[in-house]
Write a protein that binds this ligand. Structure first.
Ligand code: DLL
Length: 434
C-alpha cells in the first residue's frame, strides 16, 4: 500500500522478479523484431555472431550491440524504422548542435504507450483529473510539448497548450486560467519566476502547486529556488527523443532518484570501456526500448551520466531509480586540464546570496592558456551597492568556484535581465576555443 496516488498501480508496483520476467519476455520480442525488420541491426548482430534465439533472459542483453547517435544520423531520416512507413503516424526530431536532426517515428501503439507513461509520470507530480496543466514546453518536432500534452490529457486534466515564448502572455494565462501545474524546462520556469517578480505579480494570485521540469540538466539548488519562488513542488522528468521523449523516467514525491519505467525500457550503466556496471556505480546511461514498434533501439548510448538504484522506494513504486542527470559525458569542459561540468558551476553559484540564478560560462584560449569567465546577473536588490561591495561579491564568487570546482576564473557581474534568456533548453556555455 502506498500513501500516494499511482496511475497504473499494477505495473508500477510489480515485484522485482515480475519486472525481470516482463523484461526478459519483451527483450526477446524486440530483438526478434529488429533482426527481421531493420537491416542495420541484422548486420550488427550477424557481425557479433548473435541470433535472436540466443536471447532467453534480460541478462542476455550483454550479447547485443550498442547503438550510437551517429547510427541514427547515418540512417537519416527513416532508415532505422522497424515498420513500413505507412504505420508511422507521427515523427519527432531533436535539433542537435550540428547538421541533421535525430529522428524518431511512432506507431499508433507507441503514441498510446507514450501518453500512458507520461500520465504515469505526471501522476508522480500529483497531477490529477482536477488539475489545470499549463504546458510551456515547445510544441513541434521537439517532444516536450506534445509529450506533456497527451500525458496530461490522458489523466483527464485540463490542458493549456501554450508552448514556449511570449513570457508576459504566459504570466497572464497562468493567472487567469488558474494553472495548478507548470510543465516546461527548468531554465524557462526560472525565467517565468523572474518575470513574475519584475512585474510585481502577487504570487498568492496563482494556484500553482507543482512543476514538471526537464529536458536539460538542472541542479538541486535550482530546484530549491524554483520551489521557493513559484511556491510549488518541482519534479524532474527525464527522456530523450530517440527513446520516445519525456516520460522515460520520473521523480516521485520521495525524491530519491527518478523511476525508470522498466516495463518499457531496460536501463544499464556502462563504464568508458562499455562494460556493464553494478547498481550504485556512476557511468553512462544506456537504454533499450522494450515495447516500441516504430523505432526500437538496442542499448542506445545516451551519453547522460547517472547511476541506478534498485533499493525499495518509500513511494511504493518498484521500478529502478536513476540518479538525476547532472551532466552529459559530452558536456564536460576541460579547462586547463581540469574537468568541469556546467551543472557544478550552477550548483556553486546558487549557494551565493546576492546573485540571480542566471549565468553564462565563456571559455576561451589566450595563447596556449584556457580562460574561463563566469558571467552572472546581480540580484535586483543589490543595484544600489557600491563598487567595493560588488568587488567583494565577485571575489566571493571566484573563491566559491575555486573551492567547489577547483578552477580559477574571472567573474563578470551583469545587470539584472542582461543575459540571454531561453524559451526552451538554456544555452549556458559559449566555448570560443572550437
Ligand atoms: O529533451 C525530451 C524531454 C522533453 C525530456 C521534456 C523532459 C522534458 P531531447 O531533446 O532529445 O529530448 O534531449 C534529450 O536532454 O539525453 C539529456 O541529456 C537531456 N535531458 C532530458 N531530460 C533531462 C533531465 C528531450 N530531466 C537529452 N535532466 C537527454 C537532465 C535531461 N537532462
Amino acid at each position: 500500500m502506498t500513501k500516494y496516488q499511482l496511475w497504473d498501480p499494477k505495473a508500477e508496483t510489480m515485484s522485482r522478479d515480475e519486472i525481470h520476467a516482463v523484461q526478459s519476455r519483451e527483450l526477446k520480442n524486440v530483438v526478434q523484431r529488429v533482426y527481421e525488420n531493420v537491416p542495420f541491426y541484422r548486420e550488427k548482430m550477424d557481425a557479433l555472431g548473435v541470433k535472436p534465439e540466443d536471447i532467453h533472459d534480460a541478462e542476455d542483453i550483454r550479447l547485443l550491440p550498442f547503438t550510437e547517435k551517429s547510427d541514427l544520423r547515418d540512417h537519416y531520416p527513416f532508415g532505422l524504422f522497424a515498420v513500413p512507413r505507412e504505420e508511422i503516424v507521427r515523427v519527432h526530431a531533436s535539433s542537435g548542435t550540428t547538421g541533421k536532426p535525430t529522428v524518431a517515428g511512432y506507431t499508433r501503439q507507441d503514441l498510446d504507450n507514450w501518453a500512458d507513461l507520461m500520465a504515469r509520470s505526471m501522476t508522480c507530480a500529483g497531477i490529477t483529473s482536477k488539475s489545470v496543466v499549463h504546458v510551456a514546453y515547445g510544441y513541434g518536432l521537439f517532444t516536450g510539448g506534445l509529450g506533456a500534452h497527451y500525458g496530461a490529457e490522458r489523466i483527464g486534466a485540463t490542458v493549456i497548450p501554450v508552448s514556449g515564448g511570449n513570457t508576459q502572455r504566459q504570466l497572464m494565462l497562468l493567472k487567469d486560467f488558474g494553472a495548478t501545474a507548470l510543465a516546461c524546462t527548468p531554465s524557462y520556469a526560472m525565467n517565468l519566476a523572474d518575470a513574475m517578480e519584475n512585474s510585481g505579480m502577487d504570487m498568492s494570485e496563482l494556484k500553482l502547486e507543482s512543476g514538471v521540469f526537464g529536458a536539460e540538466p538542472w541542479s538541486e539548488k535550482l530546484r530549491e529556488q524554483l520551489e521557493e519562488k513559484l511556491r510549488i513542488r518541482a519534479f524532474d522528468v527525464y527522456g530523450l527523443t530517440e527513446m520516445m521523449g519525456p516520460g522515460v523516467a520520473m521523480d516521485c514525491p520521495e525524491r530519491c532518484g527518478l523511476h525508470v519505467w522498466e516495463d518499457h525500457f531496460l536501463p544499464e550503466i556502462v563504464n568508458e570501456e562499455l562494460q556493464r556496471m553494478p547498481y550504485g556505480t556512476e557511468g553512462e546511461l544506456v537504454i533499450t526500448t522494450l515495447t516500441k514498434q516504430g523505432m526500437p533501439l538496442l542499448r542506445y548510448r545516451t551519453h547522460d551520466l547517472s547511476c541506478l538504484d534498485d533499493k525499495p522506494c518509500a513511494c511504493g513504486r518498484t521500478h529502478v531509480r536513476m540518479r538525476r542527470v547532472k551532466a552529459r559525458t559530452d558536456d564536460m569542459l576541460i579547462i586547463r586540464g581540469v574537468n568541469v561540468f556546467p551543472s557544478q558551476i550552477e550548483h556553486s553559484l546558487l549557494k551565493i546570496r546576492g546573485i540571480a540564478p542566471q549565468y553564462q560560462i565563456v571559455v576561451d584560449r589566450k595563447g596556449s592558456l584556457d580562460t574561463l569567465e563566469v558571467q552572472v546577473e546581480l540580484d535586483r536588490t543589490l543595484i544600489g551597492d557600491t563598487v567595493r561591495d560588488l568587488e567583494t561579491l565577485s571575489a566571493r564568487i571566484a573563491a566559491q568556484l575555486a573551492s567547489d570546482v577547483l578552477i580559477s576564473c574571472r567573474v563578470k557581474l551583469c545587470q539584472p535581465g542582461s543575459l540571454p534568456r531561453s524559451e526552451g533548453k538554456a544555452k549556458r556555455v559559449i566555448d570560443n576555443r572550437k
